[in-house]
Write a protein that binds this ligand. Sequence first.
Ligand code: HEM
Length: 573
Amino acid sequence: MGYKLEGLLSHVLPSSIASWGVLQLCVLAVLLVLLLRVGRLLLKYSSNIRRLRCFAQPPKRNWLLGHLGIMRNTEEGLQSVDELVKTYKHSCAWFLGPFYTLIRLFHPDYIKPLLLASASVTYKDELFYGFLRPWLGQGLLLSNGEHWSRHRRLLTPAFHFDILKNYVTIFNKSTDIMHEKWCRLVEEGQNCLDMFEQISLMTLHSLLKCTFSYDSNCQEHPSEYIAAIYELSTLVVQREHRMLYHWDWLYWRTDEGRRFRRACAMVHRFTANIVQKRRAALNQQQEPEQQSRSSKAKKVTDFIDVLLLSRDEDGNGLTDEEIKAEADTFMFEGHDTTASGISWILYNLALHPDHQDRCRAEVDALLQGRDSEEIEWNDLSNLPYTTMCIKESLRLHPPVTAVTRRFAQDMTVPGGRVIPQGNICLVSIYGTHHNPDIWPNPEVCAVFVMLPVESGRTSSLQLSALIWSLWKLESQLTAPCLYLSAKVYDPMRFDPENSKGRSSHAFVPFSAGPRNCIGQNFAMAEMKVVVALTLLRFRVTPRDSEVRRLPELILRAERGLWLRLEPRIPPKD
Ligand code: HEM
């Protein structure tokens, strides 16, 4: 056969090649196929690069590394984002080494079409989300396509107002426990505390209760489960930062990889155990003779119950495996984000005592004449100034600074620009919130000198009003002004009058569109309760004049966010 083939080839191929053996020809064929593949990839790559020319390209480090390593997860990294936004206004292309391209977007008109795109063409990319997969599996945050839509439909009722109402009592209780601890620590002489540490234990406490009806006592005695969740969050960030650890084969053989596996196994055991017990309890309750009794005795109050009872149009529920992934996702997405939100709100109020006083007056007025200090569900809509302060803090310090997306089709953004299918889009929540085209004076405050300050101290409320008027008068300014490079915290931006005409996508701390945060009402309710009760009971002042922000999975502060606490005697009626 080989002989015949060689004979045949000798007629069609040049004599030098025709004299080769079959093996050599096979190798040649494989090489040709490989070459074709590489050629096709190179063509695709260069066509992609050509199509991306419609996006501005900031200076690269060099042709090989591109922009790799320019944007760090540090205070300086965030300042570079400010510079990018100021220079490029809406978007730019970013090259991570020779293979990965990223389109960074930081303008509401540009992020809107991407966030509103149908979930059937939107994908979470593995580059940014993949490291969470061993922990969160196919939970809502990481899943895509039909699996995601079915789960989102089944999970949405868990966040219905009728369910959320029940959680407000839990938020109050968890906050009470934290405040009792603070009072004790202050009495012992420790009046300066790291808000991140304190508040993340508190949000974890309330989330464990809301998700599993589990009394963790974690604010006093952190458990193995809590330690494992902290370990996982830290290890994911570490892995993101070390290129070599991106390689699964290597990572699982490192010490960090083994620690990740152990912590993951611990968290999964914990969730599995609870889901199993609750499934058994529900099955028991649903036995006919007990049904009528149980429906009266037990109201559905926690997420696990809602998930266990949920059914799709065909009457099919979620499997235990699926419920575990969702519960793990809630625990990851729900506690650190809210803790970051609350910590930065208290920090901003500590820096701005006038806003703090005004919020406190609002809370005092709300609770005046009541027997208890409990914030109720209906109170949440009666804290308008506090809500504006919360929103301004989420603008200035968004707990999630960016989300990424891949699309199964070309995406058009303003200016006729097209993002070719398959490119990763980085929607910069931080960049959009700091875009000077959308938010006048997002960071530079042009006041402070030559102002008629009679009382000797200019209040930040006065300053806020002045910032607005000066911004409008900017071109006519003649008086000498001292320009302070400070981030302007101005809750009046969220006054309904001042919000008129602003894009619906200018403020997106919870993202937007079909894949927005399912827990945003839960989070807003918890933030309002904790902030209101904290201001009712304490005065907060900053310890450090400068805090370095640390954008990790969520926005933290290097070395913590330390505030001084001064217990307050509530005013008599
Ligand atoms: C201040 C607090 C919070 C902030 C700033 C926040 C922010 C976000 C953002 C930006 C996303 C989009 C993530 C992405 O596309 O990659 C998201 C998704 C999500 N969040 Fe939140 N979140 C908060 C609290 C919560 C809470 C309390 C829960 C649950 C109890 C929760 C559950 C989720 C889930 C399950 C998703 C995935 C939704 C989906 O893809 O369908 N979040 N969150």
